[in-house]
Design a protein around this ligand. Structure first.
Ligand code: AMP
Length: 107
């Protein structure tokens, strides 16, 4: 399967990994929009939020909090974004959460 986030999870494509557990890997976005811009992706290939099993949905919130803590943005605040599908602007067809922070983000 030609999926860049699967390859990052497998370690085949290089990325700056910042956190991981048995279900997810978190790595820096290639084109950061903020001082902290990390993507959290499941190790398993799941196309979008619409396709995520309950186990992933339940664990996703904890992974966001872990990444926010680990990257140092938790206390001051941060933004999470999940782009889903065509009208959601999803470019990479592997579920991922953007975690942005490190400066005031505005609206
Ligand atoms: P989305 O529109 O939510 O699908 O966003 C995909 C994100 O993945 C974009 O912010 C890209 O900069 C990022 N991206 C694409 N390829 C890579 C890569 N190889 N390593 C890190 N981030 C990537």
């Amino acid at each position: 399967m030609d999926c860049v986030f699967c390859k990052i999870a497998e370690g085949v494509v290089p990325a700056k990994r910042v956190w991981e557990n048995e279900l997810f890997v978190a790595f820096e976005d290639l084109r950061p929009k903020a001082p902290v811009h990390v993507l959290i992706a499941p190790r398993q290939h799941i196309v979008s939020l619409n396709d995520a099993p309950a186990s992933i949905l339940q664990a996703l919130g904890q992974s966001i909090l872990a990444v926010a803590e680990y990257t140092g943005v938790k206390a001051r605040g941060y933004r999470t974004i999940i782009n889903t599908g065509v009208e959601g602007g999803q470019e990479v067809q592997h579920l991922h959460v953007h975690v942005l922070g490190g400066k005031p983000l505005g609206i």
